[in-house]
Design a protein around this ligand. Structure first.
Ligand code: GTP
Ligand code: MG
Length: 472
């Protein structure tokens, strides 16, 4: 592999070991075909990784070995030069259907690709595997081995590792269904050790991956701020005719708002998904995920956002609905903590009593002035923290969903049912919460606040949090 070329790696191995899954995760490409049936990949396919429109590395999916023992035998009896071994093997077998897959998988090596050999380390080592490793050694190409355990079985790992040491320059455990961003970077780092010539170019690739990740986090920050501005700064007025049914109107307006914020939240999650290149498959949330709860469910408000004393402080400082905190303290955490109106809270609050989540204090400000009913902006600061927690948990879910994973096989349960906060915002320190309060205040009084400073601090708080979640 020359220095000025885009580095290229062929992912090879026995059928059905997880080659395509590893590739899909490494390249963050969910269009790679994966199947429980062996023999899914029959032809080589190249998957480039591009950053800012520039191809920086390329992985090639290949079919599994079809006839490793006979291939090895042929290679061991070969009397030509080492450099022509692969070419002559392909030439000798190109019309033999028994060696179709072997010829295909060796072709990229002829064109200068490095080797990533994938095995399922949860099964025992067989002679067939030794034959495959020996073939790869005879090719003389730079190579690393990846142990991708399909089952949680570690009994065979030692044996695999001992055998690998004889044949490969580098060995790594990498789970195609669970690998995180950090593990992808580490794998690329270890590719450097398989060939000195690769080091400078792979250094550039790793730096590009890291910068790209930071840039995507920046995009998430922008996306979150847009979402919060729209969702919390929501405000408009409608005409109100004397004698009209105020209560019905307020209820309708409240419901409109709830619909609006739910749709907007979904939209920003879709954008986040696209940023992390999850385009095709469903990324099922674990069955007990708090994110499966409705935004306005009691459980959501119990588990996410600030705790009651943090909330009282936040309300006091930002001039937001302090009552929410007081209610939570007085009535335990059973109250939904929102209501429809601001100025008219008394009347409507009473009228709506019994309707589970329309009681308590203010969520959305509403003010009647002559012929106009003013709606918004949001009054309850807890909504800021709940929305943020939901987005941050969604972010965590997205970035930790490996592209090679196609279903939710491990159930992560929320066993702790006590009202302990499980989001990120309640872990923020006082200074961080104050940054949020200033941001919230600036949405309530857009013309009064010095927005620039507030936004800079809020952005950097979000950026720091995303970075921390990326490394968890
Ligand atoms: N649980 C689990 N399943 C995995 C893992 N890696 C792959 N699989 C599953 O194993 C099966 C085979 O995966 P593929 O990636 O298609 O394997 P392959 O080596 O490309 O197979 P061929 O193209 O047929 O040679 C699929 O059902 C994958 O979902 C893993 O780490 N954990
Ligand atoms: Mg495959």
């Amino acid at each position: 592999m020359k220095n000025d070329r885009v580095p290229e790696f062929a992912v090879v191995g026995h059928p059905n070991e997880g080659k395509s899954s590893v590739l899909s995760t490494l390249a963050e490409d969910d269009s790679v075909r994966i199947s429980p049936m062996p023999g899914e990949t029959r032809e080589c396919q190249s998957f480039p990784v591009t950053i800012d429109g520039q191809e920086i590395i390329r992985f090639i999916d290949t079919p599994g070995f079809q006839n490793p023992r006979k291939t090895l035998q042929w290679m061991q009896n070969y009397t030509g030069k080492d450099e022509t071994l692969i070419r002559d093997f392909i030439e000798a077998h190109k019309n033999d259907t028994d060696f179709h897959d072997d010829c295909r998988l060796l072709q990229p090596l002829l064109e200068g690709a490095g080797i990533i050999f994938v095995v399922d380390g949860s099964r025992p080592l067989r002679n067939m595997d030794k034959a495959e490793m020996e073939i790869l050694r005879l090719t003389g190409c730079p190579r690393m081995a990846i142990i991708n355990c399909k089952e949680e079985e570690a009994a065979w790992l030692g044996k695999w590792q001992r055998e690998f040491r004889k044949h490969f320059n580098s060995i790594r455990l990498f789970n195609s269904c669970q690998a995180t961003y950090r593990e992808r970077i580490e794998l690329l780092e270890s590719l450097k050790s398989i060939d000195q010539d690769l080091q400078p170019v792979l250094d550039r690739v790793v730096t590009a991956f890291e910068q790209d990740w930071l840039e995507r986090n920046n995009q998430v920050v922008k996306l979150l701020i847009d979402f919060l501005e729209e969702g919390l700064g929501y405000s408009h007025s409608i005409s109100f005719k004397a004698g009209a049914d105020e209560e019905a109107l307020q209820t309708r307006l409240y419901e409109q708002y709830v619909q609006f914020i739910r749709t907007r939240e979904k939209k920003s999650q879709e954008r986040m998904r696209a940023l992390y290149k999850h385009n095709i498959f469903n990324l099922d949330l674990p069955p007990q995920s708090i994110l499966k709860e409705d935004l306005f469910s009691e459980k959501t408000w119990e588990f996410l956002g600030l705790n009651s004393s943090q909330l009282i402080m936040a309300g006091a400082l930002s001039g937001a609905a302090v009552g929410a905190g007081a209610d939570l303290v007085a009535g335990g955490l059973s109250v939904g903590a929102f209501a429809v109106v601001g100025g008219l809270v008394g009347a409507v609050g009473t009228a709506l009593k019994g309707k589970k989540f329309l009681s308590g204090t203010r969520l959305l400000g509403m003010r009647l002035d002559k012929q106009l009913l003013y709606v918004g902006p949001v009054k309850n600061i807890q909504l800021l923290f709940v929305l943020l927690d939901r987005q941050l948990l969604f972010y965590k879910h997205i970035i930790n969903w490996a592209h090679g994973r196609r279903d939710y096989d491990r159930q992560i349960s929320h066993q702790d049912e006590s009202p302990v906060k499980s989001g990120y915002t309640s872990e923020w320190n006082r200074d961080d919460r104050m940054i949020c309060e200033s941001f919230f205040r600036s949405l309530q009084n857009p013309e009064k606040e010095d927005k620039k400073d507030v936004y800079t601090k809020f952005s950097s708080l979000l950026q720091r949090t995303l970075q921390k979640i990326s490394l968890e």
